[in-house]
Structure formats: C-alpha cells, structure tokens
Ligand binder design. Structure first.
Ligand code: ZN
Length: 201
C-alpha cells in the first residue's frame, strides 16, 4: 500500500545506505523517507526494527543523515570534518542504547533497548558512520562520479577504484550516457567505405 513512495537504495554499508535515503542531492533530490512510517520501513529492512516513529524522531534521523553525508564527504575529500556534523553524529551515537547479539547461526543482530526507540536505532547508524569516517574499517570513502549524485560511498573493492555509489543506478546511467554520446558521434561521421571482403579460405 506504500507504492507511491520511492523505493530504497540498500547497500552493504549501513551508514551509506542511510545517507542514500536522499538521492540526487546535486540534481533533483529524491526523499526516500518522506514520512515517519517510511523511516520505520527502512529501519525494518536494515535490521533495526522499531514499533513507531514520531515526526520529531524523523527530524532527528534526517539531521543525522545529513551530518553523516557532510562528514563523509569531507573525509572523502580529505577536508577537515565540519564540527557541527561531528557534534550531531556524536550526540546520536551517545543518546541511544543498543546491544550486539550473536545469533546461534553466527550472525550479528542488534537488540534495541525498547522496541519503539528510534534513538537506539540511530545510535547504531551513528556508530557505523564513525567506523567508516574514522578509517577503522577496511575500505575508502569516495564520492560518486555522477554529477547529479556525488554521494559519499564506502569503497571496499580490492583496487579501491569504484566510481559510483551504486552500479545499478548511477553507474548504469553514466554508461548509457557515454554510449549515447559515442553513438551520436558515430552518426555524425560520414559512413566508412565498405570493407573489401577478405578472400574465403
Ligand atoms: Zn551516485
């Protein structure tokens, strides 16, 4: 029944999946958590299920999201981290309680302090952001090569040469644009003379 909302861009890194709930920041931005219910949906698919979310909690979440975006972008550019963004990330990290649980089959699960606490979920996301911005984790922060996106993403490829935040969206679009451009160029050139057939063996 929520088909009218834009779908989620889920990646393998929690913090940058979260910042990807707003896409095309440098073009026509798409808000993927436009309502508190949509944040509840996003948290559920991200392993941080909560019962409910208030408009105020949604504001807290978006504030954290944009702070992570600002700090991760600065880190990718090797600029100084914006102090206000660092403050918000630290506030969210400290104002929530969540415990890591090891499941019988060896996976990690997050247990939030009480099922309705969005703040607990945000503390997990903030801690995840800290682990990638601080360089604690194996990988490198980079910015998406799509001019309308420029999202910060965490490159864990062996060569650290990933160019797009998401291969299926930004990567594909860029490839298509390049293909169309080269196609146009070819169409403008006069047709080459027909090749002489090589003698058959
Ligand atoms: Zn992108």
């Amino acid at each position: 029944m929520r088909a009218e909302f834009p779908d989620f861009r889920l990646g393998t890194v929690l913090a940058t999946s979260f910042t990807a709930t707003l896409t095309e920041r440098c073009g026509e931005p798409v808000e993927r958590i436009p309502t508190p219910e949509r944040l509840v949906d996003w948290l559920a698919v991200s392993g941080l299920a909560v019962d409910s979310c208030t408009p105020t909690q949604l504001e807290l979440a978006r504030d954290l999201r944009e702070s992570i975006h600002a700090a991760a972008t600065a880190a990718a550019l090797q600029d100084a981290l914006p102090a206000s963004a660092v403050q918000v990330i630290n506030d969210r990290s400290t104002h929530g309680r969540a415990a890591a649980i090891l499941t019988p089959d060896g996976n990690r699960q997050w247990q939030l302090d009480s099922a309705s606490r969005v703040e607990d979920a945000l503390s997990v996301i903030a801690a995840d952001a800290i682990s990638i911005i601080s360089g604690e984790r194996d990988g490198k922060l980079a910015l998406c090569a799509s001019p309308t996106c420029q999202a910060a993403f965490f490159d864990t490829s062996q060569s650290r040469t990933r160019r797009w935040c998401d291969m299926n969206t930004c990567g594909n679009r860029q490839k298509k644009a390049r293909f169309n451009a080269s196609h146009r160029k070819r169409a403008e050139r006069p047709a080459p003379a027909p090749l002489s057939k090589s003698p058959e063996k």
